[in-house]
Design a protein around this ligand. Structure first.
Ligand code: NA7
Length: 533
C-alpha cells in the first residue's frame, strides 16, 4: 500500500490549496516544498518593490467565504510581504502545517507500473510512494540567469530577483547595474534608484507599462465590496481572464477617435492593465486596433520622461500591447528623470561580458558595485524539467516534451498515469488570474480522484489522441490572437534553445471550466480509467 494517497510538489498558492482540498476529501496528502516557508513564487521573489499585478480582492482564494470576509488587504495591489502573510494565515487557519514538509526539494518522481503508484524522491534522500502525484510547481519558479562570460569573476554581490536574499540587499551608496526590464525589472528599478549612487538600467526590449494607481484599501468600501463577494467571485469564474472586467463591448476600430482617447484616458487614470486591454473587443485580436492603444501608451511615456532621447528608447515598437505581459508601475518611467539613473540600450550594443569591476557592452564599460538580474524564468516547464519525472516505461517527461510541452486540458500527460499538473501548459494558467485557475484545477483533480476511488478505478491516464487534439485546439485559439507575435516567455522565446510553443489556453477561464466540467460529466472523456487489479 502506498505511503500517501497524494504527493503534492510545491506549497505555493496551488500546493497550499491542494493540501486543504485533498485532505477535506478524506485523502492522505503531503506537500513537499523546497523553500523554508510556504508561498512558492511569493516566497522567493522577495526583492524590493515586488507586488502582484492583479488586485488583492481578485488574487486571493475564494474557496472559503469566511476567509474572504475575515481577511482584509491593506492595499489595492498587494506587496509581496502581505501576500506571504496571507498564505501563512491560510496555512494556520486551516491547520495545514502537519501535511507540508518545508526545505525539501523533490528531485525525482517515477511511475511504478507494477505497483500502480508514484515513487517521489526528495533531496533528503528519502523516497515515499503515493497513488497520485500532483505537480503544484508553479509557472514562474525556475529562475534564469543569463550565461554572461566572466560573471563568476565579478567582485561585488549579484542577485537574481527570483532568488532574492531573505536578509535583503543594501545598495546604499553603490553603483548598481540592473539587467532586465520586464514586470520585475520595472518594479525593482525605482526602489534601487532611491538608495543607490547610480543605477544603470540595461534594456534589451522596451516594455509597455501602465500605472497601478495603487492605494490603501478604504475600510468602508471594503465592507461594501465584501457584501457582494460571492457574486463577484462567480463572475470571475465565468470571465475571460479570471477577473471581471467591464469593457465597452465595442471594437476600437469602430470608435470615433475622440471617444477612443477619452476611454483610454479614463482607464489610464483609474490604473491597471486589464481594464485598458479589456476596453475594446478587438485590442488583442487586430493589430491595427492594438496600434491605437500602443500609440496612446507611447504618448504617455513621452509625456513623463523629460529627455526625448531616453523617452524614445523607452517606447516599445516591436510587438503588440499585451502580447508580452503588460507591466504595471506608478513610478518606473518618471524614475528616468532622476540624475542618478541611466538607461543603456543593450539591443543595439549587447552585453559582452562581466568583469571583476563591472559590465561590458559592445559600446562601452560600466563600473559597478552590484548587479541585479531581473531576467525572468524558464516559465511553464522549467520547474518540471528540473525534476527527473519518469512515466510509463521510464520515459522522462523532458523527452516527451522535447518538441514542446503537451498536456490534455493542461492538467494530465499521456504516458504519466495518476499524475496531474496544476496550471500546466495548455491550461489558461499565466494568462488568467492564477488563483482562479489554481482553485479550478485543484478542485477538478480532487473530484477526479474521488470519482476514480468511488468507481473502483486505480489508474487515470490521459489518452494520446485527447492530448494531441487538445494541443491543436490550444494552438488554434492562440493563433487567432496577437499573443504569438511577441518574443515572450509565453512562447519560451526568453530561453536560448527552447522550442517555441504557445502554451496558455486563451479561450477564457469560463469556457475552459465548462470544457473541463463536460469532460468530467462524461465519465472523464479522453482518459482511460483502469480498474483495481
Ligand atoms: P521577463 O518578463 O521574462 O523579463 C525578463 C527581462 O530580462 C526582459 O526585459 C528581458 O529582455 C531581459 N533579459 C533576459 N535575458 C537577457 C539578456 N541575456 N540580456 C539582456 N536582457 C535580458 O521576467 P520578469 O521576472 O520581469 O517577469 C516574469 C513574470 O513575473 C511577469 O510577466 C509577471 O507575470 C510576473 P527581452 O524582453 O527578452 O529582450
Amino acid at each position: 500500500m502506498a505511503d500517501l494517497d497524494v504527493a503534492v510538489v510545491g506549497a505555493g498558492f496551488a500546493g497550499i490549496y491542494a493540501v486543504h482540498a485533498f485532505r477535506s476529501a478524506g485523502l492522505t496528502v503531503r506537500a513537499f516544498e523546497a523553500g523554508s516557508g510556504v508561498g512558492g513564487t511569493w516566497f522567493w521573489n522577495c526583492y524590493p518593490g515586488a507586488r502582484c499585478d492583479v488586485e488583492s480582492k481578485d488574487h486571493s482564494y475564494s474557496f472559503s467565504p469566511e476567509l474572504e470576509q475575515d481577511w482584509s488587504w491593506s492595499e489595492r495591489y498587494p506587496a509581496q510581504p502581505e501576500v506571504l502573510r496571507y498564505l501563512n494565515h491560510v496555512a494556520d487557519r486551516f491547520g495545514l502545517w502537519p501535511d507540508i514538509q518545508l526545505s525539501t526539494r523533490v528531485t525525482a518522481a517515477a511511475w511504478d507500473a507494477a505497483r500502480g503508484e508514484w515513487t517521489v524522491t526528495t533531496d533528503d534522500g528519502v523516497s515515499r510512494t503515493a497513488r497520485f502525484c500532483v505537480m503544484a510547481t508553479g509557472c514562474l519558479s525556475a529562475h534564469q540567469v543569463p550565461s554572461f562570460p566572466g560573471l563568476s569573476s565579478f567582485r561585488g554581490p549579484w542577485h537574481h530577483t527570483g532568488q532574492w536574499p531573505r536578509e535583503g540587499a543594501d545598495f546604499t551608496g553603490q553603483r548598481v547595474g540592473l539587467v532586465g526590464t520586464g514586470s520585475t525589472g520595472i518594479q525593482v528599478a525605482p526602489e534601487i534608484a532611491a538608495v543607490a549612487t547610480h543605477l544603470y538600467v540595461f534594456q534589451r526590449t522596451a516594455n509597455f507599462a501602465v500605472p497601478n494607481r495603487n492605494a490603501p484599501v478604504d475600510q468602508e468600501s471594503d465592507r461594501n465590496f465584501k457584501a457582494g463577494y460571492r457574486e463577484y467571485r462567480q463572475r470571475a469564474r465565468e470571465s475571460l481572464l479570471g477577473v471581471p472586467v467591464e469593457g465597452t463591448g465595442r471594437p476600437a476600430l469602430a470608435e470615433p477617435p475622440a471617444e477612443l482617447q477619452r476611454t483610454y484616458r479614463e482607464r489610464w487614470q483609474a490604473g491597471g492593465g486589464l481594464p485598458l486591454l479589456g476596453a475594446y473587443t478587438d485590442l488583442l485580436f487586430d493589430r491595427a486596433a492594438n496600434d491605437t492603444i500602443a500609440a496612446f501608451i507611447r504618448d504617455r511615456i513621452r509625456e513623463t520622461v523629460a529627455d526625448p532621447a531616453v523617452a524614445e528608447l523607452l517606447c516599445p515598437w516591436t510587438y503588440p500591447v499585451g502580447a508580452k505581459r503588460l507591466c504595471q508601475s506608478d513610478d518606473y518611467f518618471a524614475m528616468f528623470n532622476r540624475p542618478n539613473v541611466t538607461l543603456v540600450d543593450v539591443r543595439s550594443a549587447p552585453i559582452v561580458s562581466v568583469t571583476p569591476d563591472g559590465l561590458r557592452t559592445a559600446a562601452g564599460f560600466y563600473e559597478l558595485d552590484a548587479l541585479v538580474f531581473a531576467t525572468g524564468f524558464d516559465a511553464m516547464t522549467g520547474a518540471l524539467a528540473r525534476i527527473d519525472i519518469r512515466g510509463a516505461d521510464g520515459v522522462p517527461l523532458t523527452e516527451k516534451w522535447a518538441a514542446g510541452p503537451r498536456a490534455y486540458l493542461g492538467v494530465a500527460n499521456a504516458g504519466f498515469p495518476n499524475m496531474f499538473l496544476v496550471t500546466g501548459p495548455g491550461s489558461p494558467s499565466v494568462l488568467s488570474n492564477m488563483v482562479v485557475s489554481i482553485e479550478q484545477h485543484v478542485e477538478w483533480i480532487r473530484d477526479c480522484i474521488v470519482y476514480a476511488d468511488g468507481h473502483g478505478y486505480s489508474q487515470v491516464a490521459a489518452t494520446d489522441e485527447a492530448e494531441k487534439a487538445w494541443g491543436e485546439h490550444v494552438i488554434e485559439v492562440a493563433y487567432s490572437t496577437l499573443f504569438p507575435l511577441a518574443d515572450s516567455w509565453y512562447v519560451g522565446a526568453n530561453i536560448p534553445g527552447k522550442v517555441r510553443v504557445f502554451s496558455s489556453y486563451l479561450a477564457g477561464v469560463g469556457s475552459y471550466r465548462e470544457r473541463c466540467d463536460a469532460v468530467a460529466a462524461a465519465g472523464y472523456e479522453g482518459f482511460t480509467l483502469s480498474p483495481v487489479r
